[in-house]
Design a protein around this ligand. Structure first.
Ligand code: XMP
Length: 335
């Protein structure tokens, strides 16, 4: 019988026992899970923690700024923003298979954390030289991840579980991983994580945030991920999010992926001319824990506004379609 308070006490003790006086980095994604994992570790070992926000170029509009603003303001944590978008895009060039994408993204995340960790050590060495202490052990051994129980199950890590898809922080990790992982949420579901986050004092904007996958827009472009396609999807996604928020649907809908079918084209007509553009899919879902989901019966007028705006404002998109599949048999994300 768990309470948020008992989970916090237990995890803080476990984290202290695991990391001792070692240095720790935590990948912050902007989502609930990594924010709560980081807050637990900060509570356990304070300044031994540095958070790293990897800008992989697969983010939605405004996301990097939001993390810097909300999370740092709420927690005062040490934050390093690491721009790795060139490396991620290079690793994704020519890749179309969903699992190959997920593995490439998982690997690039770790490479980015390794590079950021080296800088954390350099900064610490400078600081301790300046302070004349010189007692730093010169490495970051621990990496905190906000892995949840469902991530483990879907990546084939649960008892008797099939590999549905490799979540970037579980099945997507490279074999030569040097970090020891710290995963205080590994036994929890999302609603429990939200309760822990609220108990830790994280603001409602963070705790209530809809899920967004670590691999970001990279798994919402069906086909090769390119800079141009990312721009198209980012624009369509922003419009959908704006209209859902304006309609007051953010807390009704679990999440609403917007998916670009980059290799599909269809004929349309706009103004007095023919178009031959790409479709985007709206995937609004209702769920308790993401293990199962149903498509959200949302108001037609909101769907109509999203469709009209996307086709008017995003030149490459000439058709908006609605995904009416539950999970199972569909998963929430298309890849
Ligand atoms: P699926 O598509 O498996 O998604 O039904 C279930 C939930 O997990 C999210 N998701 C991920 N989150 N890394 C993450 O951090 C991943 O690799 C990943 N894949 C899916 C998805 O958005 C949904 O909330």
């Amino acid at each position: 019988d768990w309470t948020a308070g008992s989970i916090i006490d237990e995890q803080v003790a476990l984290i202290r026992a695991q990391v001792g006086s070692g240095r720790v980095i935590c990948g912050l994604s902007g989502g609930v899970d990594s924010a709560v994992a980081a807050a637990l570790v900060q509570k356990a070992v304070g300044d031994q923690l540095t958070c790293v926000f990897v800008d992989h170029g697969l983010l939605r509009a405004g996301e990097a700024e939001q993390v810097e603003r909300d999370y740092v303001a709420a927690t005062g944590v040490n934050l390093k923003v690491w721009d790795a978008s060139e490396a991620f895009l290079a690793a994704l060039a020519g890749v179309t298979d969903p699992e190959a994408k997920r593995k490439a993204i998982g690997r690039e995340f770790i490479r980015a954390f390794e590079a950021a960790a080296r800088e954390v050590i350099e900064d610490a060495a400078e600081a301790s030289t300046a302070a004349g202490s010189g007692d730093d052990d010169g490495e970051v051994r621990f990496l905190v991840q906000g892995t949840l129980y469902p991530d483990v199950v879907e990546s084939g890590g649960g008892e008797g579980a099939a590999n549905i898809k490799s979540h970037h922080n579980v099945g997507g990790l490279p074999d030569d991983l040097q970090f020891e992982l710290v995963e205080p949420l590994r036994a929890l579901f999302k609603d429990e994580v939200r309760a822990v986050g609220a108990q830790l004092g994280l603001p409602a904007e963070i705790v209530g945030r809809q899920p967004f996958p670590g691999p970001g827009l990279g798994i919402r472009i069906i086909g090769e991920v390119t800079r141009e396609r990312l721009e198209v999807l980012r624009a369509a996604d922003l419009i959908a999010r704006q209209e859902l928020t304006a309609a007051g649907l953010d807390s009704t809908i679990w999440q609403c992926p917007v998916v670009l079918l980059a290799d599909v084209r269809s004929v349309g007509v706009q103004g007095d001319g023919r178009t031959y553009g790409h479709p985007v899919v709206l995937r609004p879902v209702s769920s308790e824990d993401a293990m199962t989901a149903d498509w959200t019966r949302m108001p037609y007028d909101v769907l109509a506004r999203i469709s009209t705006r996307i086709t008017n404002e995003v030149a490459e998109v000439n058709r908006v379609v609605l995904d009416v599949t539950s999970k199972p048999p569909g998963t929430i994300e298309w890849e």
